[in-house]
Ligand binder design. Structure first.
Ligand code: SF4
Length: 349
């Protein structure tokens, strides 16, 4: 366990302040910033344009990142799942995905250890909430993955473990660093939420160009309450009203995520109600056929025909509807599968 603070997660300005506190000229911060965020370097000794004395000062007081890799799994489709050990022994996962048809690399980042929201279909929810990730721990997942894979990552999705909007301040600071320092365009960043209404209103005030994705998964309270207890606090209609406010404030189209659970939320009646509910909302709809995480959870994936029928019913409404391209199902890296059995066993109490 490293007691030294990590430089990853610090903004350019914060690095300038830090470098000056070491009696070094400000431009050294530019070099340091470039090594960390552009070259994804994790070793002070390899920062060859920094004076040896500075490298020594830095390494005495700081580390560049504090995550260590516990496991790395590569899927048949090239998806890579990283299991990271944090300094307190907790674990989180990140996933690198390659979308061949668009020639795009995307990384799915975690924001919490475990999750308090407890969606019934989700492996992470089964863990319960452990703690929020720090800004450094969030940003470092990206830097580590880029360093390890050499991939030119252009897209970030906060869809890993945890409810991002329940770690709001760290999420926002990490998003700014990822945007300004790691040079991921704001329009290439997606935050996915189960629908934490006060945080959606807060995010709207930031007026950022990022994409907000909302895990709606049902068109009515009765259906949603079967598998999303958060709906007691933030019911469907209030959530959709919050999304209207978000669109009004930001001018950004939102993404509605809809996980398809066989026999639970995938009938024509559900599709019709969803179209009615979302008719005037500026949104796209993304269908996610359920990824089984174990028979004991009691959910099944609908047949391919049922998925396509559901899509066609929805397409009678005004919105663009897509079916998510799956990545990494063979290594449990797909949506809702993170925090697999091994990881559950590996979590410290
Ligand atoms: S789906 Fe997301 S919000 Fe729901 S329990 Fe899993 S990690 Fe938490």
């Amino acid at each position: 366990m490293s007691a030294k603070p990590s430089l990853i997660g610090l903004s350019h300005e914060e690095l300038k302040t830090l470098v000056q506190s070491l009696d070094e000229p400000k431009f050294r911060a530019d070099q340091l910033h470039s090594w960390i965020y552009v070259k994804n370097e994790r070793d002070f000794d390899k920062m060859t344009n920094l004076a040896k004395s500075l490298r020594q000062k830095l390494s005495e007081k700081y580390v560049i990142g504090a995550l260590s890799i516990a496991e790395k799994q590569v899927s048949a489709d090239g998806t890579i799942k990283y299991l990271f050990r944090l300094t307190d022994g907790q674990m989180v996962e990140s996933v690198l995905m390659y979308f061949e048809e668009r020639d795009v690399y995307a990384v799915c980042l975690s924001t919490q250890v475990g999750c308090a929201v407890n969606c019934d279909f989700c492996a992470t929810g089964k863990l319960g909430f452990k703690r929020n990730l720090t800004v450094a721990e969030i940003v470092e997942q990206l830097i580590y993955v880029r360093h390890d894979s050499g991939a030119n990552v252009r897209n970030i999705v906060f869809m890993g473990q945890g409810e991002p909007l329940l770690n709001y301040d760290n999420l926002m600071q990490a998003t700014r660093v990822i945007n300004h320092s790691a040079e991921i365009g704001m329009r290439h960043i997606t935050i996915s939420t189960s629908g934490i209404i006060p945080a959606i209103d807060r995010l709207a005030e930031e007026k950022l160009q990022l994409t907000l994705a909302v895990s709606l998964h049902a068109p009515d309270d009765e259906t949603r309450l079967k598998f999303m207890p958060i709906n007691k606090k933030y019911p469907v209609k209030e959530l959709v009203n919050a999304l209207h406010r978000y669109v009004d404030k930001t001018g950004r189209r939102v993404t509605i995520e809809y996980i398809l659970l066989a026999g639970v939320n995938d009938t024509k009646a559900h599709a019709d109600r969803l179209n009615d509910l979302l008719r005037t909302l500026h949104c796209n709809i993304n269908l996610i056929p359920y990824n089984p995480i174990g028979e004991q959870y009691g959910y099944e994936r609908p047949s391919r025909d049922q998925v396509l029928s559901f899509r066609d019913w929805l397409m009678q409404g005004p919105h663009k509807v897509t079916v998510r391209i799956e990545r990494g199902t063979d290594i449990a890296a797909a949506c809702g599968q993170l925090q697999n059995k091994n990881l559950l066993a590996a979590q410290p109490a």
